[in-house]
Design a protein around this ligand. Structure first.
Ligand code: SIN
Ligand code: FE2
Length: 196
């Protein structure tokens, strides 16, 4: 959804994220086994947060460095989930990825969630990036899309398990972040709803 958030809404989200990062500082995730650092730094808010370390990829309630619980998901983001995610259960994790100008993210599927019926709602803020979307199996045809600040992508329905990644950042294409770079927020539901 190109241009979904206007400048004012983007600035308000940046303020929210500043608050989150103040309580849960950005950490450097590494690849399982090899320990090779990912090029993005990350943090989370919500009852669960996604982490990557030598032991694997997983969701957990605590920050891997400080050991404290993640801060709550800001109200503005839960409202966005209700508006565009249109799912019966609230989000449990909001992953905050910070890309400096040389950062990227290889093609992958988001499948560490138990509830694959829920969408993943992604918000782009700051510098533009080249986003690549493939098929639900590795190696298929891919298309590239330039994502700009304020754009939203929903991975849901048939597209929930598509391969996706970020090939590059276009430095200095946005004035939203004083020192440049790109922030991506992804709202996720992790566990299935409890049976009543
Ligand atoms: C991700 O797949 O976690 C991030 C996608 C993005 O940065 O747009
Ligand atoms: Fe992803």
């Amino acid at each position: 959804m190109p241009g979904f958030l206007d400048r004012e809404a983007q600035l308000a989200l940046i303020e929210d994220i500043r608050g989150v990062v103040g309580q849960a500082p950005l950490f450097q995730p590494v690849m399982p086994r090899t320990g090779k650092p990912l090029s993005v730094r990350m943090t989370n808010c919500g009852p669960l947060g996604w982490v990557a370390d030598r032991a694997g990829y997983r969701y957990q309630p605590q920050h891997p460095v400080t050991g404290t619980r993640w801060p709550a998901i800001p109200e503005r983001l839960t409202a966005l989930w209700d508006e565009v995610g249109a799912y019966s259960q609230p989000p449990e994790a909001c992953l905050v990825n910070f890309y400096e100008e040389t950062a990227k993210m290889g093609l992958h599927q988001d499948r560490d969630e138990e509830d694959l019926g829920a969408p993943v709602v992604s918000v782009s803020l700051g510098d533009d990036c080249l986003f690549r979307v493939g098929q639900t199996t590795r190696g298929g045809r891919t298309v590239s899309i330039r994502l700009r600040s304020g754009d939203i992508v929903v991975l849901g329905g048939e597209g929930r398990l598509v391969y996706h990644g970020v090939d590059r950042i276009y430095p200095a294409t946005s004035t939203l972040l004083k020192n440049g770079g790109r922030i991506n927020l992804t709202l996720r539901r992790v566990r299935p709803a409890a049976f009543e």
